[in-house]
Write a protein that binds this ligand. Sequence first.
Ligand SMILES: Nc1nc2c(ncn2[C@@H]2O[C@H](COP(=O)(O)OP(=O)(O)OP(=O)(O)O)[C@@H](O)[C@H]2O)c(=O)[nH]1
Ligand SMILES: [Mg+2]
Length: 312
Amino acid sequence: MTEEQLGNLVEKIVKGDRRAVARAITIVESDPDAGLRVLEKLPKPTKQSPVIGVTGPPGVGKSTLIGRVVKELITSGNRIGVLAIDPTSPFTGGAVLGDRLRMLELSLMEQVFIRSMASKEGTGGIADATEAAARILEASGMDFIIIETVGAGQTDIEIAHVADFVMLVTMPELGDEIQSLKAGILEIADIVVVNKADLPTADNTVRMLRNTLQSDIKIIKTSATTGEGIKEITNILTDLKRGIGVKDQAKRRKRVADALSQAIAKNLAKTLQQEQNQLILDTIEKIIAHQKTVKTAAQEITQQIIKKIQIK
Ligand SMILES: Nc1nc2c(ncn2[C@@H]2O[C@H](COP(=O)(O)OP(=O)(O)OP(=O)(O)O)[C@@H](O)[C@H]2O)c(=O)[nH]1
Ligand SMILES: [Mg+2]
């Protein structure tokens, strides 16, 4: 992409051109270096759009709920970007089509931009691409950016790094699933939503969660079917947009710090991998021949790597 093409693309994004937004997201997904150029070219946002992560076990109604919330938010003049992170596992693969159909209705609305993104589990790349996509949507004038992920592990934790606010969605009668949520995912939630509140055991689930969760985490009952609780969610999101009720800046800061330190560690590990192999090969014989101990050799090699990195 020439500098001029890049300039044109960004100009269109800022005007809210959907095709330009879609193209830019494809770029960040498929070509990280080109994606970085797009990001660097984006103007500083004149307004910040809250990034809301919606996560939770398969089938709890995340997509349906997002649909409801989006419809409500656009009635007050908001424009919304939705990123649905596709699970690649065959276990949840079947649900993706249903998601698409449900999302189709939304995608036809002019104030809504919906996009599926593929998560390649284990590569760790999804957080980068998602964060970049969110910045692009923000530049295109979206008031809210909503990211749906299936609560299935690492991807959600990574999305929490990107999101300003995380809604963990669950539903009645999940039993064991709620127990297993405790590992990691509950910790990243800013609010917990018990969806399908139209089911008879919803109150039991709320009670159980209340006993499990820290007392400052709000639990909200919703039903994407009847509309119960939707207004409460949109009020929270609207407050976020206004900068109200973000009492958990400390949490957000911690998440960003975690994300940053993980990203730095990843960079360092990569550099280390590249630099140390030869140094290790050169030293093995000396250790075996008792000319050096592992500890002294490791110290020397570390020093050499640091010097090399500094020169670069
Ligand atoms: N009774 C009831 N059913 C609901 C409610 N919300 C969603 N559903 C149904 O639950 C099923 C799953 O809904 P989805 O919105 O696809 O759930 P999801 O969490 O996005 O699922 P994945 O993306 O596969 O993880 C659908 O059949 C919905 O119609 C609700 O509030 N009450
Ligand atoms: Mg879904």
